[in-house]
Write a protein that binds this ligand. Structure first.
Ligand code: PEP
Ligand code: MG
Length: 748
């Protein structure tokens, strides 16, 4: 005869599960279960812990017999305490004298100390862990084998119901904007895509928006005329903003504010507001209502990029309200914020810059992705961190973004903030000193090295000149294309390229032809779906397929280079045939322009070496091309089959891999043998740890983002060139990444 009426109990539970849908609160439902279990098992305590995958923790969700104020507060790691252990090992744990068990874990104030016996049974749906049910008794050795069986039966019966309960609790938590489970997260270690430090409130681009309705509530009664005036004023302001950004970012300004200006011209949008005003609704409230409707509609869009158009609508609404009411909000939604987004396009980055964001946290896109590269040019600190929990950070959470080392501090202590800003002060002084470097870059034993700048935006030229660069080693011509809403005309391109050569009088300027595709998508060009965009219609392949686009660009370049020291290079060359084809088109352009009596240059033509296929035939390419430029960002990606924008394989993106080192040696040897100029223009050149090797194999020209120039200058002055060749030979003999890393002083 059982002490407890098990059969009846199981029946009661199934009845309770049936009542689940009528239960108003999930917490109540769980609480009812714990009360019933303690009653029928004739014990004092029953607790339910649910497992949250994003936290990798068990959270106490209901208890009968323990301190109820600890519900939601007690969090156990998988394997922690007897409860965590039962979950981890997916087996019941039955302990008659808990205090003697070394795995026991007590929380002060929870009131567990007086209970001698414990039975913890994992709640499983198949092999999927949902949580743990724990019962406790004051009496020693109280639970037996039959108790284990019955609790197992109960938990398996409840598993799917509890799983639903967990989901609903999570959704409700989100709706009520309770602190997210992430509240406990203090530090996320990501990787720096663009260096710098920012301390500001967070805003999640995926999330909903800040409240601007209060502007409308504060407003006095206004008229339809006030609304029309606000529309006019807003349009003028947006045009003004557009102009300003065109001045600051001449090359990539595109039509950043077009979407918003269009909104103001949209009859549907304006009529909807007017209809409400004519029904007697105060104009500011009418604006809030219609903007709200649009926000709602956009929120339902699955495409995250389109969904983010919410920010345009909200921004227009904010401008209208401010102009109508005369009341100013201190911030737009994004101003002075650290933006957290799953992904961004380069054009978003420009817009965020214009909206004065303080920093960016991206969940996807590696540190050599083009959004990272662009952020560097715009001086926006950016960290890439593959931590989905960041998207559930509640708006307004204070974030310290240490993009110097790639750390994200959530709600940091004052001390931490102070320390990091103090560190930055020190660096500023160093930067200042480096700016005053007078001599040309050279090694410790006096060999001159050419340090060139990579230019992404015209704005980068200022720093490049301040750091006394020897010229431009790589101009990424695609950025103006990426930002605009259509292909820029020959004239528009000519003006940009001309500014580049005029900004570097007498110095060598190397322009790269369009390198789109991969992570650089033209919004106005329909690529169709590409399963593997990095292996798709990229770079020179695009230019050769769309000859008119290529010809327009080449004509603009050839004209801009008139009486200047300008060179042109083609990205992602994979064969001699491809290079010759591109060269042939340049020759056609030269011929046409000369016939038109245009003033042009006759530039050297180079190949970027960034594909394994080019490495194998490098001798033939070196013979054909006037110069070589090694794009290590892509070369590493393609040699190692590691997507440079995929954080999940970032640990495998290793420029020190022996295949990369040997490929580099082969390329440089070919260039030397054919007496052709060779430079490194990928990010590998920015890391001083690789510098001795690169010098050792004969590289004498480096091209890096301007901000790295002082560091490189300094590193070079500490290297004795004559020692680098034996070191490089030693490294080339190695077959293991680990050993090479050791020799190079790289932590793995
Ligand atoms: C490279 O691949 O190393 C390079 C310089 O080109 P990008 O980073 O623009 O692809
Ligand atoms: Mg490249």
């Amino acid at each position: 005869m059982f002490r407890r009426d098990h059969a009846k109990f199981i029946c009661d539970v199934s009845e309770l599960a049936g009542l689940f849908h009528d239960t108003a609160s999930m917490e109540d439902f769980l609480q009812k279960i714990t009360a019933m279990v303690t009653h029928h098992m004739d014990c004092e305590v029953c607790s339910i812990y649910l497992y949250y995958e994003d936290l990798n923790e068990l959270v106490l969700k209901a208890t009968q017999g323990l301190n109820p104020s600890f519900v939601g507060q007690i969090k156990l790691k998988v394997g922690e305490g007897l409860t965590g252990l039962a979950f981890k090992e997916k087996r019941p744990i039955c302990e008659g004298q808990v205090k003697n068990n070394p795995n026991s874990r007590f929380f002060q104030g929870l009131g567990e100390e007086r209970f001698e016996s414990l039975l913890a049974v994992p709640i499983l749906r198949g092999q999927v862990g949902i949580g743990v049910m724990v019962i406790q008794s004051e009496k020693r050795n109280y639970f037996f084998i039959d108790d284990i069986q019955i609790l197992r039966a109960i938990t398996s019966q409840l598993a799917t119901t509890l799983e639903t309960a967990r989901l609903l609790i999570t959704l409700n938590d989100q709706k009520q904007k309770k602190p997210q489970p992430l509240a406990d997260l203090k530090l996320v270690k990501g990787r720096s895509g663009s260096s710098g430090v920012a301390f500001a409130e967070a805003i999640v681009m995926d999330g909903l928006l800040t409240d601007f309705e209060q502007l409308a509530r504060l407003s006095k009664p206004l008229t339809e005329g006030d609304f029309h005036r606000a529309v006019e004023d807003t349009e003028k302001q947006l045009q003004q903003l557009q102009k300003q950004i065109e001045n600051d970012l001449f090359d990539v300004s595109g039509f950043i504010f077009t979407a918003q200006i269009l909104m103001l011209k949209d009859k549907g949008f304006l009529d909807a507001i007017l209809a409400l005003i004519r029904q007697g609704i105060n104009p500011p409230q009418a604006v809030v209502g219609v903007v709200g409707e649009y926000v709602h509609k956009f929120s339902a869009i699955a495409d995250s990029y389109l969904r983010d158009k919410i920010y345009d609508v909200k921004d227009v609404g904010r401008h209208l309200l401010e102009n109508m009411t005369g009341l100013k909000q201190h911030h737009s939604d994004l101003e002075d914020r650290i933006v957290i987004a799953r992904e961004l396009l380069p054009s978003d980055t420009i817009k965020l810059f214009s909206q004065k964001v303080k920093g960016i946290i991206l969940l996807s896109g590696g540190v050599t992705s083009h959004v990272s590269i662009l952020s560097r040019s715009l001086n926006i600190p950016l960290v890439v961190a593959d931590e989905p929990g960041l998207l559930s950070i509640s708006e307004g959470t204070r974030i310290l973004l240490d993009a110097v080392i790639g750390y994200i501090h959530i709600n940091p202590l004052e001390d931490t903030v102070q320390k990091i800003f103090d560190r930055e002060e020190l660096h500023k002084d160093l930067d200042h000193l480096k700016k005053s470097i007078r001599s040309r870059p050279h090694t410790k034993d006096g060999v001159a090295i050419k340090l060139m700048a990579n230019i992404n935006l015209l704005g980068d030229m200022k720093a490049a000149n301040e750091f006394k660069t020897d010229g431009i080693g790589l101009y990424r011509s695609e950025f103006p294309f990426l930002i605009r809403s259509s292909f820029p005309s020959e004239e528009e391109q000519y003006l940009i390229y001309r500014r580049l050569v005029e900004g570097m009088p007498g110095k060598e300027v190397t322009l790269r032809t369009l390198d789109v595709g991969g992570d650089k998508i033209l919004s106005y060009y329909d690529y169709g779906h590409e399963e593997n965009p990095f292996l798709g219609l990229r770079s020179i392949r695009f230019s050769l397929k769309y000859k008119d686009v290529f010809v327009t660009q080449l004509r603009a370049m050839l004209r801009a280079g008139h009486e200047a020291n300008m060179r042109i290079m083609f990205p992602m060359i994979s064969s001699v045939d491809e290079f010759q084809q591109a060269k042939g088109i340049v020759q056609e352009c030269v011929y046409d322009l000369e016939n038109e009596k245009q003033k042009i240059c006759h530039p050297q033509l180079g190949a970027m070496v960034e594909l394994p296929s080019a490495v194998d035939i490098i001798n033939e390419i070196a013979e054909e091309a006037d110069f070589l430029s090694i794009g290590t960002n892509d070369l590493v990606q393609y040699l190692l089959a590691v997507d440079r924008t995929n954080e999940r394989v970032a640990n495998l993106y290793l420029p020190q891999h022996p295949s990369v080192l040997r490929a580099l040696k082969k390329i440089v040897d070919a260039a030397i043998q054919h007496r052709k100029d060779v430079s490194i223009c990928g990010d590998m050149a920015t890391d001083p740890k690789f510098l001795p090797f690169l010098l050792g194999i004969g590289v004498r020209t480096f091209s890096v983002d301007a901000r790295y120039l002082p560091k490189l200058h300094e590193s070079l002055s500490n290297i004795i060139l004559s020692q680098t060749e034996p070191l490089a030979l030693e490294l080339l003999k190695q077959s293991k990444i680990e050993r090479i890393s050791q020799l190079m002083g790289i932590e793995t």
